[in-house]
Unconditional design. Structure first.
Length: 335
């Protein structure tokens, strides 16, 4: 028997088992529901099919898990056996209870057919599945053994072929090796002569390269020295220029401070003279007005210090605010 026939037998067994299980479940529901409805309160009549459904669900679980365990070659222990027989006996009792209460022996016999068939089918299908699993395992073991024997024979033939091929290769290799050794001896002599010639040429070339490299390195060192010297001179020149620039900036800053201090002293001297007794000379008056403008004094105070009119002082303040007006005035005066 091959695997195709085994799978066909398993499908037939599984289909027949589930057909009997489904038929027994339907028959049990139709038989037990009136009994449960007669022994249930009127307002709970709708619960009558629940008990046969629960019992039949347990039957389905047992059949399905037995199928899986049989395929895997396992055994669930005693509890699956207890559940299987308990559900079967419960189904038998529920199906025959109504006829037994009525003392109808024919009804008891008729209603016990489906439960008994379900119990025996469950046990028989389990036995069949285990037997099929053992047969399949034996068949697979036999096939594995035959495959190993074939593989062993193939390995032996391959090893023999490899041995023969290796012997042929070794013989050919001996002939080829002798030929190569002779050719190698001739080639070695020629190679030695060429090698000596190459060594001599290489020695001459290396000496020339060494001389050229030494010259190049000397030139490179001289160039680097010149570059370093140039960079050093440039750095010294930059440092000297920076020092001169800083010195000039410091000198300019000192001169600027001296000029500001001198101008501040002159402004203070001009502004601290007090009000003029009369009209001062124009040059002196202009200096006083410039000092007053720089000190943010009012036009009237500047007029008191120089003795000139407020209008003239205002005109001088305007010149200080807008130096272009002074140039325009001087141009007009020149004309």
């Amino acid at each position: 028997m091959n695997s195709v026939q085994t799978r066909s037998a398993e499908r037939a067994l599984s289909g027949g088992t589930w057909l009997i299980v489904c038929g027994a479940m339907l028959y049990s529901i139709l038989t037990v529901t009136p009994l449960m409805a007669a022994h249930t309160a009127d307002e709970w009549d709708w619960t009558a099919p629940i008990l046969p459904l629960v019992v039949d669900a347990a039957v389905v679980i047992v059949v399905k898990l037995d199928d899986v365990l049989a395929r895997l070659g396992g055994h669930g222990g005693r509890w699956p056996v207890v559940l299987r027989w308990m559900t079967g006996l419960m189904t038998l009792a529920l199906n025959t209870a109504d006829s037994a209460l009525k003392k109808d022996l024919v009804g008891v016999a008729v209603h016990s057919v489906a439960p008994l068939l379900l119990i025996v089918t469950a046990e028989t299908s389990l036995a069949y599945r285990r037997a099929i699993a053992r047969a399949v395992a034996a068949l697979e073991a036999e096939q594995e053994s035959a495959r190993e024997r074939r593989e062993q024979a193939a390995r032996e033939r391959a090893a023999q072929a490899r041995t023969e091929a290796r012997e042929e290769r070794e013989h050919a290799a001996v002939l080829a090796r002798e030929q190569r050794e002779h050719e190698a001896a001739l080639a070695r002599e020629q190679a030695e002569r060429e090698e000596r010639q190459r060594r001599e040429e290489r020695a001459v070339r290396e000496r020339a390269e060494a001389a050229e490299r030494e010259t190049r390195e000397r030139r490179e060192r001289e160039r680097e020295q010149r570059e370093q010297e140039r960079l050093r001179r440039e750095q010294q020149a930059r440092q000297q220029a920076e020092a001169e620039r800083r010195e000039r900036a410091e000198q300019a800053e000192r001169e600027r401070r001296e000029r500001e201090e001198r101008a501040a002293r002159e402004r203070a001297a001009l502004l601290n003279r007090g009000p003029a007794v009369g009209k001062l000379p124009e040059d002196e008056a202009r200096r006083i007005v410039a000092a007053a403008f720089a000190s943010d004094m009012s036009v009237r105070s500047a007029a008191e210090l120089c003795g000139w009119s407020v209008g003239w002082v205002s005109a001088r303040y305007a010149e200080h605010r807008d130096p272009s007006a002074r140039g325009t005035e001087l141009a007009i005066a020149g004309q």
